[in-house]
Design a protein around this ligand. Structure first.
Ligand code: G6P
Length: 369
């Protein structure tokens, strides 16, 4: 087993460190920065249909649902198609309005999640076209989908999803660009610029991983917390949700992810000197707004840990701890900001003596309702 873990203490840590490679594998053969072109063989037979669709519905569970939220931001932003993101378990028992003009994107690492499969079957019966985003070749979800894109992250053993999430986000980014290309909402020059930047992401993920020792130190400082809050805006919001999910899954610390601006409608009541608050505070369109949210937390003596863009001084002077990630186009923020949050959860869980790879009560794949 030590051999399978490639010298790492746990599968989860190995899988976190594999991400520069897994993200690269996921992009391989699918994008051509110099041509400003995205090619997705798995959905190309629907290339024309994409020009006329009215709406996309993303269905998923758990971490895959968080990837779906990132997908919503990207597809709406670049391809200008309205997107809804649904928990498969809720969607399947509603009476949703679905037509032949809808595309349903089902996201699943395992490709076997019962609720996601049932949601697909229902949408299929109502005439929607189904795209699957899956990590396991030949799994049930790719088999019942009309088309799809594999994430190619390689087998994920740790129950808490890490590299599969970043691969899902990578695929969704490519799908957003592909749809934009088909619909003419992104030109070749813009695509060249975006794809060139995306091509640099695996190396930037490697740089983000270099904060591991610092993150381990921060983990020692907050490992005894009983509650934890994760806040972000824009694409930083799904990242906050995923950060909170990781922490609760493996360390059993109660954690909540929230849009930073919603803090004042509830979570702010919880903040005191015991409460760690993790902010996604990178330099992007919501930077100044996040800074005012940080001030609100500091005024109530919360312990603030901020994920910031390398070189940021402003946030550093305000908070207790900063973790830097490389500067990048805002579109790719989730791929970078997720990395330190995975490491933070990992170290906290190890320090608390938890079974990181197989947390209590959780299963890698939930094949029953
Ligand atoms: C379980 C796993 C999660 C996963 C979720 C959805 O809860 O523990 O890591 O995100 O199922 O699984 P899927 O295979 O459909 O992505």
């Amino acid at each position: 087993e030590m051999l399978e873990k490639g010298g790492y203490e746990h599968f989860m840590l190995k899988e976190i460190f594999e991400q520069p490679r897994s993200i690269r594998d996921c992009m391989r053969g699918r994008m051509y920065p110099e041509l400003g072109k995205v090619q997705l063989g798995g959905i190309k037979e629907f290339a024309n249909k994409l020009k006329n669709i009215d709406r996309i519905i993303i269905v998923a569970c758990g971490t895959s649902w968080h990837a779906g939220l990132v997908g919503e931001y990207l597809i709406e932003d670049y391809a200008r198609i309205p997107v809804e993101v649904e928990y498969a378990s809720e969607f399947r028992y509603r009476n949703p309005i679905i037509t032949e003009k809808d595309v349903v994107i089902a996201i699943s690492q395992s490709g076997e999640t019962a609720d996601t499969m049932a949601a697909i079957e229902m949408a299929k019966d109502k005439g929607a076209t189904i795209f699957g985003i899956c990590n396991v070749a030949g799994a049930s979800i790719p088999r019942i989908s009309d088309a799809g894109v594999y994430t190619h992250a390689g087998p994920e053993i740790g129950v808490a999803s890490t590299k599969a999430f970043t691969a899902q986000v990578t695929v969704l980014t490519l799908i957003a660009f592909y749809m934009a290309q088909q619909r003419g909402t992104l030109g070749t020059a813009e695509l060249t610029e975006l794809l060139t930047a995306l091509d640099e992401i695996p190396d930037k993920v490697s740089l983000a991983l270099e904060s591991n020792e610092l993150i381990k130190y921060i983990a020692t400082e907050i490992k005894d917390a009983t509650n934890c809050l994760f806040l972000g805006r824009g694409c930083g919001f799904p990242v906050a949700l995923e950060g909170a999910l990781k922490l609760k899954e493996i360390s059993y610390i109660h954690a909540e992810g929230y849009p930073a601006a919603e803090m004042k409608h509830g979570p702010i009541a919880l903040i005191d000197e015991q409460m760690p608050v993790i902010f996604i505070a990178t330099k992007n369109s919501s930077y100044e707004k996040v800074i005012s949210n940080i001030q609100e937390v500091k005024a109530r003596k919360g312990i603030v840990i901020a994920i910031v863009t390398k070189g940021d001084r402003k946030v550093k002077d305000m908070v207790d701890y900063v973790i830097e990630i490389p500067d990048a186009n805002e579109t790719f923020l989730p791929l970078l900001a997720t990395i330190p949050l995975q490491l933070l959860s990992y170290h906290i869980a190890v320090m608390r003596g938890c079974n990181v790879d197989q947390p209590r009560n959780l299963a890698k794949s939930v094949t029953v309702e």
